[in-house]
Each structure stands twice: as structure tokens, then as C-alpha cells.
Design a protein around this ligand. Structure first.
Ligand SMILES: Nc1ncnc2c1ncn2[C@@H]1O[C@H](COP(=O)(O)OP(=O)(O)O)[C@@H](O)[C@H]1O
Ligand SMILES: [Mg+2]
Length: 361
């Protein structure tokens, strides 16, 4: 069992708080992603879990044991860095074997484990090649091989795909996910890329300014974000945010229009923001919410249409059969069951039927 439990973890650098009172549990075997913009405290959190940085306060438990003050090398954890240092003069086999040889394991055992790791990563055919001439993706696999031969209780990965180009990244995302399915080791993966996080995570913790804002399954974060920040950070094209005011139990005033919205479970504040995902907004001639088309992007089978309204800019996704042109006046119809209302002042999502349906009460 290799559950990672962090409680009230706090890290200051002088006066600056990099990680603020963070409590979360990564379940045994879970692929857990720390997601957030650059500088939000992801690396610092990961380094504390690894033992490379001491927390200012708080506690870290690995498989039930308090490891808060234990040295990195005495924690049963493998850290995969973005800029992994492979030994260029050694072949793939020796690079993967290195941590085991350093531990003084018997040679037969080392050989068997290296072949096993290479098989999992599908780089058996490269074992006797020098790492110098390998592609970026293969080098990444060798780095992973070196982490998995140790059979650690947990893996920590800090933007491991950051150095790869987009095409390779997508391939490696899939590769990592498959590897995780095969070995099932607890993994904490850091990225600022929401698409990467959505594609790989069992659960995602969205961070900003040292604080975990929401920790949930990807679909939950996508459909039921708890704040404007989280809603805006996840999804491409992004959610649209329109200025709104309350107008009865299931309606909001958006610009000159009255729009149907989910019933709120609390008294709405006077200033609202109506959030709607591009696939939950459609063009409708008779819809009272009016706007002017400011852009049309063709994306293969679909298109993304940008519309400027009196209440803000909206983007919607629709099929290419919909004919619409720049400058055209159109009506917009948000799916009344999908709109999310936020408190403008705090950015907090207001609880509605949409949240209740998922047991968010
Ligand atoms: N050793 C350090 N000394 C001072 N400030 C640091 C140090 N390490 C990180 N920071 C600051 O803490 C914040 C969080 O950094 P980091 O955890 O690396 O963010 P992320 O990985 O999310 O980009 C940043 O503002 C960074 O400048
Ligand atoms: Mg970082």
C-alpha cells in the first residue's frame, strides 16, 4: 500500500508563502495530477513529498508512515525530473540499471529487472544502444525505465513531457497512462497543461497561488467547477463568462435578455456571472440573447464561433452545417440545465440543481 497523505502542508520562502495549508490524500495506485499556472506551488509541493524540500509546517505520510523529516533517499519514492540527466556515454541498459547497481543488487536480479522495465516501456530493442542518439520520446522512456526498475512505492513526475513537442507529448501521455495501468503504482504528476491533466488523471488538484482550489475527478472539475478560476483554467475553448443579475428562481438577466438557468439552492448575490461551456451554447434565431459574430474558426468536423454580446464575449462549438459569417447578428441559447452561476464578487460557483444532481448538495 502506498497512499500519500499530506496534512496542513505549508511552505514559506522568507515572507513568501509558496504552498498554503494544503491537505490532500492520493489513494494507493491512483494517478493524481497537480495542475495550475506557473508559480502556483506545484513543484514545491512535489519536492516536499519527495523529501527534497522541508515543509515550514504540516505532515507527509507515505503508506501510513510519517516521512515529513525523512531524507529523500530514505523515502521509497522515484522522482522523474523534467530535465532528466541520462548518462550519455552509457547505453540504455546501463542507464536503466544504474540505480540498482548503485544499491548493490545481484547482477542476475539487475539484468532481469532491466529487461522487465524495458519490456513495459517497449524499448527492449534499444537496450544496447547508446542514449546519445535516441529521440526525445525514447530518452523519456529510458528515464522512466530508470525510475520503474527500483519498484518504488510511488512516482513523482514534474512536467516530464514539458520538453517534448506537441505530437510527442500526446503519444507520451498515452504511453504513461498505459504504463500506469500495467504497474498501478501511486503517481503524482505535475503539469500546467490542462489537456494533459484531463487525459491522464484519475483525480486532479487545481492549484493557484499556493492553494488547492478543487480536488476532483476530471469530469467533475469540467462540469462542476467550484470557482471561475477553475472553470476558466479547464476546457478548450474556454468557458464563456457573461455578466448577469438574478431574475427569479430559474432565470437570470443577461444584457437585455432573460435567460433560463438552473434553480439555485441559495439566495443569489446581486451581481452574477453566467458561465457556459462552448458545447452547451447554440445559435438560435429567436433567442432573446443577441450578439454579433466576431470570429469563426473551422476545426475539422466542427467550428468555434465567437459572439460579442452586451454582457461579454461568448464562444460556442457547433457542427459545420451551421452557416454563419463574421459580423452577422445572431441569437444565443445557453442550455438551461448546463449554465453555471457564479458570485461575481468572490468568483465562487453557486450551488444549483446541476450540483445537487452529482451529490454536491
Ligand atoms: N527556493 C526558493 N526560494 C524562493 N522562492 C521560491 C523557491 N522555490 C520556489 N519559489 C517560489 O515559490 C513559488 C512556487 O514555485 P513552484 O513550486 O516552483 O511553482 P510551479 O512549479 O507551480 O511553477 C514561485 O513564486 C517561486 O518563485
Ligand atoms: Mg514547477
Amino acid at each position: 500500500m502506498a497512499e500519500i497523505r499530506i496534512a496542513h502542508l505549508h511552505k514559506r520562502f522568507g515572507e513568501f508563502v509558496a504552498v498554503r495549508d494544503t491537505t490532500l490524500t492520493v489513494a494507493d495506485g491512483e494517478f493524481f495530477v497537480l495542475l495550475g499556472p506557473s508559480g502556483c506551488g506545484k513543484t514545491t509541493t512535489l519536492r516536499m513529498i519527495a523529501g527534497l524540500e522541508l515543509p515550514t509546517s504540516g505532515e507527509i505520510r507515505l503508506a501510513g508512515e510519517d516521512v515529513t523529516f525523512r531524507r529523500a533517499r530514505d523515502r521509497d519514492i522515484a522522482f522523474v525530473f523534467q530535465l532528466f540527466a541520462l548518462y550519455p556515454h552509457m547505453n540504455v541498459r546501463r542507464n536503466i540499471a544504474f540505480p540498482l547497481l548503485a544499491q548493490g543488487l545481484p547482477r542476475a536480479e539487475v539484468r532481469a529487472r532491466v529487461v522487465e522495465a524495458a519490456r513495459l516501456l517497449r524499448i527492449e530493442h534499444l537496450l544496447d544502444r547508446p542514449v546519445g542518439g535516441l529521440s526525445g520520446g525514447d530518452r523519456q522512456r529510458v528515464a522512466l525505465g530508470r525510475a520503474i526498475v527500483r519498484r518504488p512505492a510511488a512516482f513523482l513526475m514534474d512536467e516530464p513531457l514539458g520538453a517534448l513537442d506537441a505530437e510527442f507529448r500526446a503519444l507520451m501521455c498515452e504511453e504513461l497512462r498505459l504504463l500506469h495501468q500495467r504497474i498501478g503504482a501511486t503517481t503524482v504528476y505535475v503539469t500546467h497543461d490542462q489537456l494533459e491533466a484531463m487525459a491522464m488523471a484519475d483525480r486532479i488538484a487545481v492549484m493557484d497561488k499556493g492553494v488547492v482550489l478543487q480536488c476532483d475527478r476530471p469530469a467533475e472539475i469540467y462540469h462542476r467547477p467550484r470557482s471561475i478560476f477553475v472553470a476558466d483554467f479547464i476546457g478548450s475553448p474556454a468557458m464563456s463568462f457573461l455578466d448577469a443579475r438574478p431574475a427569479g428562481p430559474t432565470a437570470a438577466r443577461v444584457g437585455e435578455a432573460t435567460v433560463a438557468v438552473p434553480r439555485l439552492q441559495e439566495e443569489p448575490p446581486p451581481e452574477l456571472v453566467l458561465g457556459i461551456r462552448p458545447e452547451h451554447l447554440r445559435l438560435a434565431d429567436s433567442a432573446p440573447l443577441r450578439g454579433v459574430v466576431a470570429g469563426v474558426e473551422y476545426m475539422g468536423a466542427r467550428q468555434v464561433v465567437t459572439v460579442d454580446t452586451a454582457a461579454g464575449r461568448a464562444r460556442l462549438r457547433c457542427g459545420n452545417e451551421v452557416k454563419v459569417g463574421f459580423g452577422e447578428r445572431v441569437g444565443l441559447l445557453p442550455d438551461p440545465t448546463r449554465a453555471i452561476l457564479f458570485d461575481r464578487a468572490s468568483g465562487r460557483a453557486l450551488r444549483s440543481e446541476l450540483f445537487a444532481a452529482a451529490g454536491h448538495g
